[in-house]
Ligand binder design. Structure first.
Ligand code: KE4
Length: 443
């Protein structure tokens, strides 16, 4: 056990005796005590909180401390925790068996729902994570075009597939390992890196390698360097370049799908990708991913075509039931997104106003109910180069001050915060008040 790993963890002021003991025990049997690196609080210091339960907009840790939750399990919980219709759907499905390894009607119903919400998706395949979705979409693009290279963007994160762990965002950027050990030079050579919001950097790559590029994969709204908004014409430019070179345009909508609009970022910005990937909200908090797109492309996946992809629990009834219940709640309420927009805009304005009053340099980037407060002297944060200049030490202090004020934020500057339908106006006002108090404690 790496004692330094434990000793570096200074205490929060809140009583987290149980979490501390639980973390010590977890580190003896789970690598780093966590099952995903960003949960280890590596970027903010301190001991990860072990969560006992979630209800609506809040979570409670095993010491009994309750927090307003603006992480939302990193995006899936757009309805909030333990939504009654999701819980009921899960209970009903579980009583009939948890997995069959055979087709079920639930899969077809969820697939039909996605094709109705996202018209560019004519055929879909369910998998069990966003990573599986993006890995499969890239394999399909390579199989469809017969080309080896992909273009991704510095600071974007598409899961932990080997081809993506080059200049990656999210936990890779948080921990300062954007290029992972274990990814071979041969694999890395096929991943070309461009700059987000910089079409010239994409043109340069295509002028040199265009005939070898199978796909551009992009987060249509970046959420893994913190939220970075596509500049005017950026996504349209990628569409034009991909078409010109007969490469595929893959929108990684794992985070933006059903988050920024019912039909995701492609609806919001009016761009039609060739393939899209999904996860998070699609499973309502259960493990799920999906990739889908034009029929003539998707028909190249086994068993119809020669691109192989499979999965024991793909389309499992529990994830399908939770995803269907979630999307049904979203679809039937015409006020769902307008309400999210109103509350999220109020939160973003309040956070920024607090920083202005406190004389703290800050930028807030937001699309819909995903947003990031960057502590920075930059006038804007438009790519990884500007995002990484943020004051991550200040963010770490702000994170802990926020915890002490009852607000649970992402333990990394390079992540998004999420507002759910369960967040009330009072929750938003509490987050704004708590933010003002947190700033006092860390600047
Ligand atoms: P998963 O394999 O974690 O389900 O999805 C990978 C993925 C793919 N594409 C995008 C745009 C994503 O944001 C993600 C995963 N997001 C991170 C949060 N930034 C997951 C949190 C974590 O790694 O623990």
């Amino acid at each position: 056990m790496n004692r330094r790993y434990m000793e570096d963890r200074h205490e929060s002021m809140i009583d987290i005796v149980e979490s501390r003991a639980a973390f010590l025990e977890a580190t003896q049997v789970i690598t780093g005590g966590v099952n995903s690196p960003v949960r280890a609080f590596g970027a903010v210091g301190g001991t990860p909180l072990f969560i006992a339960s979630g209800q609506g907009s809040s979570v409670t840790d095993i010491d009994g401390n309750r927090y307003l939750d603006y992480v939302g399990s990193w995006g899936p919980l757009i309805l909030g925790h333990a939504h009654p219709e999701v819980v009921e759907a899960l209970r009903d499905a579980a009583q009939r068996g948890t997995s069959f390894g055979a087709p079920t009607l639930l899969e077809t119903r969820l697939a039909r729902t996605v094709t109705e919400l996202v018209p560019s998706v004519e055929l879909i395949r369910f998998v069990n994570s966003g990573t599986e979705a993006t890995m499969s979409a890239v394999r399909l693009a390579r199989g469809h075009t017969g080309r080896a290279c992909i273009v991704k963007f510095e600071g974007c994160y598409h899961g932990h597939g080997d081809s993506f762990l080059i200049a990656a965002g999210s936990g890779a950027a948080t921990l300062g390992i954007p290029d992972s050990l274990g990814v071979t030079a041969a694999i890395a050579a096929d991943t070309l890196i461009a700059r987000y919001n910089d079409l010239d950097s994409v043109h340069l790559l295509f002028e040199k390698h265009g005939e070898r590029v199978a796909a551009i994969i992009v987060e249509p709204v970046a959420g893994n360097m913190g939220v970075v908004v596509p500049s005017q014409g950026f996504l349209q430019g990628l569409r034009r370049i991909a078409t010109k070179y007969a490469s595929l345009l893959i929108f990684d909508e794992v985070m933006t799908g059903f988050r920024v609009a019912p039909g995701g970022a492609q609806e919001l910005y009016g761009i039609e990708p060739d393939l899209s990937t999904f996860g998070k909200i699609l499973g309502g908090g259960l493990p799920v991913g999906a990739y889908g797109g034009k029929r003539h492309i998707m028909e190249q996946v086994a068993p119809l075509g020669g691109v192989y992809q499979a999965g024991t629990l793909s389309g499992n009834p529990l994830a399908m039931a939770a995803g269907l219940a979630t999307l049904n709640c979203i679809r039937r309420d015409p006020g769902f997104y307008p309400e999210l927009e109103r509350k999220s805009a109020r939160l973003a304005d309040g956070l920024l106003e607090n920083c202005r009053k406190a004389g703290v340099g800050a930028v807030v980037n937001r699309v819909g109910s995903m947003l990031t407060l960057f502590f920075t002297e930059e006038k804007s944060v438009t790519d990884w180069k500007t995002a990484k200049r943020s004051n991550t030490a200040a963010y770490g202090r702000y994170f802990h001050e926020s915890l002490q004020n009852g607000i649970y934020l992402a333990p990394s500057q390079f992540e998004a915060q999420f507002v759910s339908a369960a967040h009330s106006d009072d929750d938003i006002e509490m987050a704004i008040l708590a933010s003002a108090a947190a700033l006092k404690g860390c600047f």
